[in-house]
Design a protein around this ligand. Structure first.
Ligand code: 13P
Length: 253
C-alpha cells in the first residue's frame, strides 16, 4: 500500500476560513505519513489549491466532489475534468451515494466519470456502498459488485495510483453509526478482490478507504484494520479540530 489517504468531503458546506484552519493545523503539526485531501465546493477549489500550494505541506491536495464526463458543451451548471485540473485539483470524488440517490447517477455514469478524471490526470475517488435494506437482505457484496462492474475497463488500465476506492455504506453516512472495523474490513477485502479480477497489481497498490460517520472517537479503530487505507470524512471534516484529530489518530509516521 502507498500512503494512507484521509479525505474531507465538505459536501455543500464549509468556506475558506475552514480551509485555512485545516491547512494551518497541518502546517504546524504535519499530517504524519498520511496523504490529506480537501474536497470543498467547486467555487472554492482554485483558492484552496492556491492556499495548499503556498503551505507546502507534504501530501496535501485538493479535489472536487463531482465532475461532468463530457469534455465541454451545452451542459449548464456542469464542470469538466479538465476544468477541475485547471483549478489546481489532483483528485475528484465520483459516484458518491448522494449523487447516485439525489441526482440519479448510474453505475455507468460513474465509470464514465472515472475515465474522464483519468483523461485529465485526476485521481478518482470512486465511491460504492449498500443501503440499510440491502445490507439487511444480505446483498452487500452483490450491490458493491454491480457498482464496480462498469469500472472493469477503468481498473484494467490503472497503475493503482490513479484512483482510490471508497467504501461508504449508505446507512452509515451522516447517521452517527459507523460500520464496525471488522465489517468494513470484510467489504474492503471484497472490493480489492474485485479490482484484482481485472488488475492484480493495481489492486495491491490502490487505496481502499472507508467513509460513513468517521469521527475522532472511532477513526483509530478503523485505521488499525489491515486493508482500511484511510477515510472519506463528511461531517467531522467541517470542524478543523476534529478532522486534524482523525488525521493524527492512526498510521504512525
Ligand atoms: P459522514 O462522515 O458525515 O457520515 O459522511 C460521510 C461521507 O459521505 C463522505 O463522503
Amino acid at each position: 500500500m502507498t500512503r494512507p489517504l484521509i479525505a474531507a468531503n465538505w459536501k455543500m458546506n464549509g468556506d475558506l476560513a475552514l480551509a485555512e484552519a485545516v491547512i494551518a493545523g497541518l502546517a504546524e503539526g504535519g499530517g504524519g505519513g498520511v496523504d490529506v485531501l480537501l474536497c470543498p465546493p467547486f467555487v472554492y477549489l482554485r483558492e484552496v489549491a492556491r492556499m495548499v500550494r503556498q503551505a507546502k505541506v507534504t501530501g496535501l491536495a485538493v479535489g472536487a466532489q463531482n465532475l461532468d464526463y463530457h469534455a465541454h458543451g451545452a451542459f449548464t451548471g456542469e464542470v469538466s475534468a479538465a476544468m477541475i485540473a485547471d483549478a489546481g485539483c489532483e483528485y475528484v470524488i465520483v459516484g458518491h451515494s448522494e449523487r447516485r440517490a439525489l441526482f440519479g447517477e448510474s453505475d455507468d455514469d460513474v465509470a464514465r466519470k472515472a475515465q474522464a478524471a483519468r483523461g485529465a490526470g485526476l485521481a478518482a475517488v470512486v465511491c460504492v456502498g449498500e443501503t440499510f435494506a440491502e445490507r439487511e437482505a444480505g446483498r452487500t457484496e452483490a450491490v458493491v459488485e454491480s457498482q464496480l462492474a462498469p469500472l472493469a475497463g477503468f481498473f484494467a488500465d490503472s497503475d493503482g495510483g490513479d484512483f482510490a476506492a471508497a467504501y461508504e455504506p449508505v446507512w452509515a453516512i451522516g447517521s452517527g453509526q459507523s460500520a464496525t472495523p471488522g465489517d468494513a474490513r470484510a467489504v474492503h477485502e471484497f472490493i480489492r478482490r474485485r479490482i484484482a479480477d481485472h488488475n492484480p497489481a493495481a489492486a495491491s497498490r490502490a487505496r481502499v478507504i472507508y467513509g460513513g460517520s468517521v469521527k475522532p472517537g472511532n477513526a483509530a479503530g478503523l485505521f488499525a484494520e489491515p486493508g482500511i487505507d484511510g477515510a472519506l470524512v463528511g461531517g467531522a471534516s467541517l470542524a478543523a479540530r476534529d478532522f486534524l484529530s482523525i488525521i493524527r489518530s492512526g498510521y504512525a509516521d
